[in-house]
Design a protein around this ligand. Structure first.
Ligand SMILES: Cc1cc2nc3c(=O)[nH]c(=O)nc-3n(C[C@H](O)[C@H](O)[C@H](O)COP(=O)(O)O)c2cc1C
Length: 185
């Protein structure tokens, strides 16, 4: 696939099915993520990979525990929903910004860098015929989930990246007028 075509026409895929990325594809996606722009070469990144039923169920349990920690009176229905979230794809990668103290690199730059890594994973997935969807939601900002994932308090989750084989063909993209977003000054 032509690189410019990939960049200009990338889309997310909300409905994903098996097979997920194989080992080689996963390695390629992670290598792409590790080439994200990175001020002062801090490499402030960690990628947590959940693949297959056992790992995804385990992650679902952590999601449910985090929800329950936040609201001890949460309904069973909401708990079940939280538990089922990771099962929407054969693989989930949690992208984490491992925030480091640096006099010239504030946390926001490190989170942006991790976000660039997520974008690279999405692009690499699409280039290999896979699909992905970047999600956040309440759990993205849950201190309880960070604790359950054994992350540091200072870590920031950049996103939950769902990956697999697209259930449906790529949707037609609406034209976007670049003049709505760009000013030449
Ligand atoms: C940081 C971030 C978090 C997001 N979180 C969600 C989310 O929780 N749920 C959702 O439906 N879309 C979320 N999105 C948007 C989708 O990933 C996707 O970009 C959007 O549906 C537009 O589709 P497209 O990427 O094909 O243009 C998020 C995007 C970003 C950048």
């Amino acid at each position: 696939m032509d690189a410019i075509d990939l960049l200009v026409n990338r889309t997310s895929h909300g409905k994903l099915k098996a097979p997920g990325p194989n080992n080689e594809q996963l390695t390629t996606m992670l290598k792409a993520a590790l080439r994200a722009p990175d001020h002062a070469c801090l490499k402030p990144w960690q990628y947590l990979v959940y693949e297959g039923e056992e790992a995804l169920n385990w992650l679902g349990d952590l999601f449910a525990q985090a929800k329950q920690a936040q609201d001890p009176n949460i309904s069973q229905e909401k708990l079940d929903r939280a538990r089922s979230l990771p099962l929407r794809a054969p693989m989930v990668i949690i992208a984490v910004a491992k925030i480091k103290d640096h006099p010239k690199v504030p946390a926001v730059e490190q989170i942006i860098s991790a976000g660039c890594g997520v974008h690279s994973i999405l692009l690499a997935a699409e280039a290999m015929g896979l699909g992905g969807y970047w999600r956040s939601g309440e759990l993205n900002y849950s201190a309880d989930l960070k604790r359950l994932l054994e992350l540091e308090e200072s870590d920031e989750i950049a996103g939950f990246l769902y990956l697999g084989t697209p259930e449906y063909p790529k949707r037609a993209l609406k034209d976007i007028d670049i003049d709505d977003f760009v000013e030449f000054r």
